[in-house]
Design a protein around this ligand. Structure first.
Ligand code: UD1
Ligand code: CA
Length: 448
């Protein structure tokens, strides 16, 4: 494919009212600019080039290593594209221009638009949409069905303002013709900017063919200029994601109140209740139930797992585990098959082997706990001495009595029992009983 893209992302985005550059604001979890780059990569263009200016370092931190040119001063979209003329002076193919702030575009749209551009042999093809409310967009002005130019909102007469066909800000150009026309535009307009859209008028005057590729579903062309539009874009992406998951067999109780980021996978017949947030590289198996205000980020959850009102970060959870309500798995918790973790239990960097139960009010950090061991209510691994972290190792089939403090580093064997209320500072061998608490004293008739 002899096609490169230029992605506009140098503008200030004043209407966003934000310290951050506009294009790194996230839509359903993904920075807008990254979303656009991914779409372009997926349609197979040979190179994506960003046009950066305002806070370019911040944007580069997000997108990583990708070719870009710099627009030092933001003098308009036409001026922005001109900055790439040197880089592309020997390039003879097509250029697709996109804006970093239109995250709802679909791959299929860009593919079909480019196909039409090739088939028609047009100099320029504009992506347009018919809008109920065209306010703010450039209007496509036509005469006898043919494009004659694009007029920006600020320049529009009352008659032009009534035109409902808008410029989506995506174009296919023949590279040479684009840069040739750009050398002829000026900034004699309301904003005093060099408008890329003026290229169209020049094309037409020179008798070149300009075509539109017009969309039915016009939400796709939404340009995010404000926080309201940012929320609208996120909502649409969530809707698309949830629909795709339902099509693949996931059950939603209330899809409008379920927040699942693009990168998340969920298996068949898993039931997702309202209030659930699934983020990052999270993978959930089949036949699970995710209930209540649960947030799961960057975690792997296997099959038939039940989770209620809990937070799970960077953890692995195997088949038939039950979690919550109100549990917190912090990074590197690994819960093997049939584990149960209940109310107010926090687990960090610990492995719980098959069938371990920690039902209530417990902190397990830097610990390994053997198969079928029971962790009593209120058990705490004291893993931190103020300076360093230490490990707690517990064998299988052991029983840790309620309110035990396990002062790490410490090791407890298999089949052992720790008496309730103990502070364990020394290793406990297998098959032993360890108790460390003061003897109960009774003073008869003391109240008198
Ligand atoms: C632009 C179009 C308008 C179209 C709309 C679609 C022009 C003149 N107008 O208007 O016809 O309907 O997009 O969403 O092109 N940018 C730069 N450098 C600049 C100015 C802008 O890189 O000097 C970038 C911005 O970062 C942004 C994109 O270009 O990603 C579009 O700029 P924006 O100010 O949002 O243009 P609109 O007013 O929305
Ligand atoms: Ca815009």
């Amino acid at each position: 494919m002899k096609l490169k893209t230029l992605i506009l992302a140098a503008g200030k985005g004043t209407r966003m009212k934000s310290e951050l550059p506009k294009v790194i604001h996230r839509v359903n979890g993904i920075p807008m600019i990254e979303k656009i780059i991914t779409i372009c990569k997926n349609i197979g263009v040979e190179e994506n080039i960003l046009i950066l200016g305002h806070k370019k370092e911040t944007i580069l931190e997000v997108v990583g290593d990708i070719p870009y040119v710099v627009q030092e001063e933001q003098l308009g979209t036409g001026h922005a594209i001109m900055q790439a003329s040197e880089l592309l002076k020997d390039y003879n193919g097509d250029i697709m221009v996109l804006c970093g702030d239109t995250p709802l575009l679909k791959e299929s749209t860009l593919k079909e638009m480019y196909k039409q551009h090739k088939d028609s042999n047009a100099t320029t093809t504009i992506l347009t949409a018919i809008c109920e409310n065209p306010f703010g967009y450039g209007r496509i002005v036509k005469s006898e069905g043919k494009v004659v130019g694009i007029v920006e909102e600020k320049e529009a007469s009352e008659a032009v303002k009534k035109i409902r066909e808008i410029n989506a800000g995506v174009y296919c150009f023949k590279s040479k013709d684009l840069f040739d026309a750009l050398s002829k535009i000026d900034n004699n307009n309301e904003k005093g900017e060099y408008y890329l859209t003026d290229v169209i008028g020049i094309n037409v005057k020179e008798g070149k063919l300009v075509e539109c590729y017009t969309l039915e579903e016009n939400i796709e062309t939404l340009g995010v200029n404000s926080k309201v539009e940012l929320a609208m874009a996120s909502e649409t992406l969530r809707e698309r994601k949830n629909t795709a998951l339902m099509d693949a067999g996931v059950i939603f109780i209330d899809p409008r109140n379920t927040y699942i980021e693009e990168s998340v996978e969920v298996g068949q017949d898993t039931i997702i209740y309202p209030g659930v947030i699934l983020q990052g590289n999270t993978k959930i198996g089949s036949n699970c139930e995710i209930i209540g205000n649960t947030r799961i980020v960057d975690s792997i959850i296997s099959n038939s797992v039940k989770i209620e009102s809990s937070v799970i970060e960077s953890s692995v959870v195997e088949d038939r585990v039950t979690i919550g309500p109100f549990a917190h798995l912090r990074p590197k918790a690994h819960l093997k098959e049939d584990v149960h973790v209940g109310n107010f239990v926090e687990i960090k960097k610990s492995t719980l082997e098959k069938g371990v139960k920690a039902g209530h009010l417990t902190y397990l950090g830097d610990a390994t706990i053997g198969e079928k061991t029971n962790i009593g209510a209120g058990t705490i691994t004291c893993n931190y001495d103020g300076k360093n972290k230490f490990k707690t190792i517990i064998g299988k089939n052991s029983f840790i009595g309620s309110d035990s403090m396990l002062v790490a580093p410490v090791e407890i064997g298999d089949n052992s029992l720790v008496g309730a209320g103990s502070v364990i500072t020394k290793d406990v061998p297998s098959n032993a009983l360890a108790v460390s608490r003061s003897k109960q004293v009774i003073k008869f008739d003391w109240r008198k």
